[in-house]
Unconditional design. Structure first.
Length: 363
């Protein structure tokens, strides 16, 4: 490539960065209509960035991305909503993606094979790590994200960041917490005798429910509601129609469900995950390290709830916790992160252009 052409390309890249028109691609899993919190987080990021004037889009591998549902399952618009399914989308399979120096490619932690395939791309490459447990899903022994040119990482909690820094020395790790949607709000209606339960494995839900009814037959009239496979709208509605939320997810990297529960004023009973989220403390929920103790904790809570003896400070601590995860705060953190990278990129591109101009023959 001649210097004149390189200078022209650099000028075009500089123009895109200055005008916030760099492409920001978020590679996203197609869940085929199955609601998934980690995917919802990516869509929230893309929406927040577009609302702030950036050119962010969802990048998916295949053309048959499931936007609409059928008689067998939901589509993206069904479970997440039209405001998210209408965001910009691009397909790797059929579209000739042009990724340049001004652009961003953000890849989830499980897609290490994609990181390896895109290692030669000249753009800003970032790993989005929401769950430490998926890091080595596709990563070959001895391989490193940094070796693929993905030396920047976004994760959702401080403790996850510490884990990543330990695994990938040289990676630049930034913490951007999940935004809790404003769809989750308190209701003035009376709490019904319903307990919500959210576990990673269906077997865990079944075990807790059966164990509880076996040990506490006097509470069989109180229902459990499994929060699996609900649209975001029905999910939010269910959170307003319960007396307590039960959570168990050993490999959670952030813990969105407990915070959503707290946002609507629900106390949370939960088993502590392997990596304790930043927001979790001894006062803002009823926590245990032992799975087998959850049933007894639920039984004691229900007794207190029926007798109107749930400690008032439990509700106070939940309110204090969620105040740090409002949507506008996360939007500011995310946009500041992108803008700082843009400023860094401007300096590098300007420096490269100046170097070429200095070596260009004078007429």
């Amino acid at each position: 490539m001649k210097d004149e052409e390189k200078i022209k390309n650099l000028e075009e890249s500089l123009k895109l960065v200055k005008s916030k028109k760099s492409k920001i691609y978020f590679l996203t899993q197609d869940t085929q209509g199955v609601p998934k919190a980690s995917v919802a987080v990516i869509y929230e990021y893309v929406k927040l960035l577009n609302d702030a004037g950036y050119d962010a889009s969802i990048l998916h591998e295949k053309d048959n991305y499931k936007f609409t549902g059928d008689e067998n399952s939901m589509g993206l618009s069904d479970w997440l909503g039209e405001e998210y399914s209408s965001l910009p989308h691009s397909s790797i399979e059929s579209q000739q993606l042009k990724v340049g120096p001004s652009d961003f490619l953000i890849v989830p932690e499980m897609y290490s094979h994609v990181m390896e395939q895109t290692g030669e791309m000249f753009c800003t490459k970032i790993v989005l790590c929401q769950s430490y447990d998926y890091i080595f899903e596709m990563l070959q022994p001895g391989a490193s994200w940094v070796n693929f040119g993905f030396n920047r990482v976004i994760t959702t909690s401080r403790i996850s960041g510490e884990y990543i820094r330990g695994m990938f020395p040289g990676a630049e790790v930034s913490i951007i917490p999940n935004a809790i949607s404003d769809k989750f709000s308190k209701s003035d209606s009376v709490q019904p005798p319903v307990m919500l339960i959210h576990t990673r494995e269906p077997r865990d839900t079944m075990k807790i429910v059966k164990s509880f009814y076996t040990k506490y037959p006097q509470f069989r009239w109180i229902a459990f509601k499994d929060m699996r496979n609900l649209s975001r709208k029905k999910f939010a509605e269910a959170l307003q129609e319960t007396c307590v939320s039960v959570w168990m997810d050993d490999i959670s990297g952030f813990g969105t469900f407990p915070l959503e529960s707290m946002m609507v004023g629900n106390p949370v009973i939960g088993k502590l995950p392997n990596l304790k989220p930043d927001w979790l403390n001894e006062h803002n929920g009823i926590w245990t390290y032992e799975t087998n103790k959850i049933v007894d904790i639920i039984g004691a809570y229900i007794k207190n709830w029926l007798e109107d003896e749930v400690p008032a400070d439990l509700y106070e601590h939940t309110n204090n916790t969620v105040s740090e995860y409002r949507k506008f705060d996360v939007e500011r953190i995310l946009c500041d992160y992108i803008e700082n990278l843009n400023q860094e990129k401007l300096g590098m591109l300007q420096q490269a252009e100046n170097k070429l101009l200095e070596t260009e023959p004078q007429n």
